[in-house]
Write a protein that binds this ligand. Structure first.
Ligand SMILES: Nc1ncnc2c1ncn2[C@@H]1O[C@H](COP(=O)(O)OP(=O)(O)OP(=O)(O)O)[C@@H](O)[C@H]1O
Ligand SMILES: [Mg+2]
Ligand SMILES: [Zn+2]
Length: 247
């Protein structure tokens, strides 16, 4: 599994055993045992969790999208409606994920869909949630690779289970893959499983809904709408041009 897709990793038992309290206040476990065996959290616990959250962000958010923000989106002229919907989602990230709600960002090339989706993923990671991020072509390539068991990678079942168990599955660029029965089946299997388990997804696409239904199937799109709500369209010019280096 590539590092770009690794869910936030928690410390192993070994790492915990080697831990030393930087404040010299606890035994390294992050807990201080008081009278009558009542444990209270050591101050080092919050610091350690913050560090772990930061490491999680670095491990899954691609470099280009590490500093995305709503403020930048506002300066770029993204509509107040989009800013409000995404802003509300970020503010309520934990209950939204717990309810299995997601977001579907649509729009033209360079409109800022991936950036806002990354902002959602980043916020989820910072809240300590597990997140997996894939572009659809990369996701399908990973599934194909599980068929080559001899290479020592994950089995299909292991990989599929991980896709289902993360708190948030972020799939970028739905509909860019060439349509085939195999592609339709794979995507349906993942979306349907997350749908049944009431688990959140964030997706982005360049296509309008009818074109996407044609591309990935009506039944998959219907489930995505119940998870994410209808596509939230970002209008506007390609934001890459103003960011391009000047001569
Ligand atoms: N909110 C934001 N904060 C920071 N940078 C942003 C933001 N929105 C867009 N950008 C920048 O603008 C450029 C285009 O944005 P993005 O990659 O999200 O477009 P897109 O809609 O996903 O395009 P495509 O359909 O080609 O994938 C990128 O360089 C991105 O980093
Ligand atoms: Mg994109
Ligand atoms: Zn401590």
């Amino acid at each position: 599994m590539s590092s770009a897709a690794r869910p936030v990793r928690l410390a192993s038992a070994d790492e915990r055993a080697q831990a030393v309290c930087p404040l010299g206040a606890c035994d390294g476990s992050g807990w201080i045992l008081g009278p009558e065996d009542v444990a209270r959290p050591c101050e080092c616990r919050e610091r350690r969790m913050a560090r772990r959250r930061a490491r999680g962000v670095r491990s899954v958010i691609p470099r280009r999208y590490r500093d995305v923000s709503l403020e930048i989106a506002r300066n770029d002229g993204v509509s107040p409606v989009v800013l409000k919907v995404v802003g509300d989602f970020l503010e309520e990230i934990e209950p939204r994920l717990d309810k299995g709600q997601g977001l579907w960002l649509a729009g033209g090339v360079g409109a800022g869909k991936t950036a806002l989706a990354m902002l959602v993923s980043k916020t989820a990671i910072e809240a300590g949630r597990t997140v997996a991020i894939y572009s659809l072509p990369k996701l399908l390539a990973r599934i194909r690779a599980t068929y080559e068991k001899d290479l020592g990678g994950d089995s299909y079942t292991q990989f599929f289970d991980r896709l289902i168990s993360v708190d948030l599955l972020h799939v970028d660029d739905l509909g860019v893959e060439k349509r085939s029965d195999w592609v339709l089946e794979q995507l349906y299997a993942v979306v349907n499983e997350r749908y049944e388990m009431e688990r959140s997804m964030v997706v982005t696409t360049n296509l309008e809904q009818p074109a996407l239904e044609e591309q990935i199937g009506e039944r998959t799109v219907s489930r995505l709408i119940e998870i994410c709500g209808p596509p939230l369209t970002i209008d506007g010019d390609d934001l890459r041009y103003p960011r391009a280096p000047a001569y």
